[in-house]
Design a binder for this molecule. Structure first.
Ligand code: PLP
Length: 408
């Protein structure tokens, strides 16, 4: 038999969502008349907006006529969408259409991008964190095994807890790659321009590359919070940015996102010479990816029209309102809460050192609300709990009523 990639054996089991499902099932079997409300999910609940549906319908009809039918498209995405993204999202930031690589979502891009780096690249992740960052490096053999403390020996962890206001400290050692996600999943926190500038400075001084995950950029409401890392001077030489239409426009099922790779971001090749990551990513994508579907790219283009923007913003406002209600309910219980202002996620600090699975059980059994235990996002997530604003509004209002009556 062929030997398999041994590093997959280092992956932790997908314990979090399996365990949530097990506990929820056990509860529903014991309570067949339950009125469970699920606020643990990171998926959207509102339908695609009319501007997107109209663009999809038009693009589908084009496929029925030989004169307008589209086959293979450019692996990097159609020029119409790359140019639209460059002008709609990056005007004045020095990002051009050639720097935009359209894909079927941010998860694939973020999971794949680490391939461009050597196996011994030193990687830093914030903790708690979107699990893809760590797991994709585990698969690549970059992390070593999981220790008893829930940390991979070869990864640099940057704890984000109530103690530091969920703002990570700069690594004490030199690292090659830094994953930053702002607005953050799961904590819902953001970095100000000044805080993000510290990271760009570190990356420039240490020849590091920042992977900036801006999947929740559309949820930013505060003035001093950068929507793109390229708003920071010098970031174009040290950062790649990932964005997604999933949460900003309801494309979780349709699938579209993009990576921004400016030509100045580089690493070192085996001959000691500088290699532009944009050229490598282009080579990688043209080899392993055949492009996001034409009809989906037309749908994404519609998100950036005046109508599309207005309609998508109305949906984002629904989720932000949900998040604000959840946030206020927990504040009303006397708990400390992060997020829910510039992000759809609300991150609750549990009282008295309560562990996150105990709170999960209490909320499930006594309020019939399903959330996500913070421990599932990394060791520093223990003692915290995540709820999301992505639920349907009526159910969220009902959940908030239950929370107000909840005895801690
Ligand atoms: N990045 C973060 C932080 C996320 O939370 C998610 C999805 O939940 C993604 C990326 C994935 O986005 P996409 O649906 O575009 O793959």
């Amino acid at each position: 038999m062929a030997t398999v990639n041994p590093f997959y054996a280092n992956l932790p089991g997908n314990y979090l969502f399996a365990e949530i499902a097990r506990r929820v099932k056990e509860y529903t079997v014991g309570h067949p008349d339950n009125k469970l409300i699920r606020l643990g999910i990171g998926d959207v609940t509102q339908p695609l907006v009319p501007a997107v549906i109209a663009a999809l319908e038009k693009a589908v009809r084009e496929q029925a006529d030989a004169a307008t039918f589209m086959g293979y498209g450019p692996e990097q995405g159609y020029a119409f969408l790359r140019e639209t993204v460059a002008s709609a999202c990056y005007a004045g930031l020095g990002i051009g259409a050639d720097d935009i690589f359209i894909s079927d979502g941010a998860k694939c891009d973020i999971g794949n991008f680490q391939e461009l780096f050597a196996a011994d690249a030193r990687v830093a992740i914030t903790d708690p964190v979107y699990p893809v960052y760590a797991d994709s490096n585990v698969m690549a053999g970059r992390t070593g095994a999981l220790g008893d403390d829930g940390r991979f020996r070869g990864l640099v962890y940057l704890p984000c807890t109530a103690a530091n206001g969920f703002v990570p400290e700069l690594p004490k050692e030199r690292v090659d790659i830094i994953y930053l996600c702002y607005p953050n999943n799961p904590t819902g926190t953001v970095l100000t321009k000044a805080q993000l500038a510290e990271w760009v400075k570190y990356a420039r001084e240490n020849d590091s590359v920042i992977f900036f995950d801006a999947a929740y950029e559309a949820f930013i409401t505060s003035a001093d919070v950068p929507h793109s890392i390229y708003e920071i001077d010098g970031a174009r030489d040290v950062a790649v940015e990932f964005r997604s239409y999933s949460k900003s426009a309801g494309f979780t099922g349709l699938r579209c996102g993009y990576a921004v790779v400016p030509p100045g971001v580089a690493g070192v090749g085996p001959d000691g010479k500088r290699v532009a990551l944009r050229d490598m990513w282009n080579r990688r994508q043209t080899t392993k990816y055949n492009g996001c579907p034409y009809i989906v790219q037309r749908a994404a283009e519609a998100v950036h029209t005046a109508e599309g923007r207005k309609q998508c913003q109305a949906v984002i406002d629904i989720y932000l309102k949900n998040a604000a209600l959840i946030r206020e309910a927990f504040l009303g219980l006397g708990l400390t809460v992060a997020g829910g202002v510039d992000a759809p996620y609300v991150w609750v600090t549990l009282p008295g050192g309560m562990d996150s699975w105990s709170f999960f059980d209490a909320l499930l059994n006594r309020a019939e609300i399903v959330g996500t235990p913070g421990a599932g996002f990394g060791p520093s997530g223990e003692g915290y709990f995540r709820l999301t604003g992505f639920g349907n509004p009526a159910q969220t209002v009902e959940a908030v009523d239950r929370l107000k009556k909840f005895q801690m």
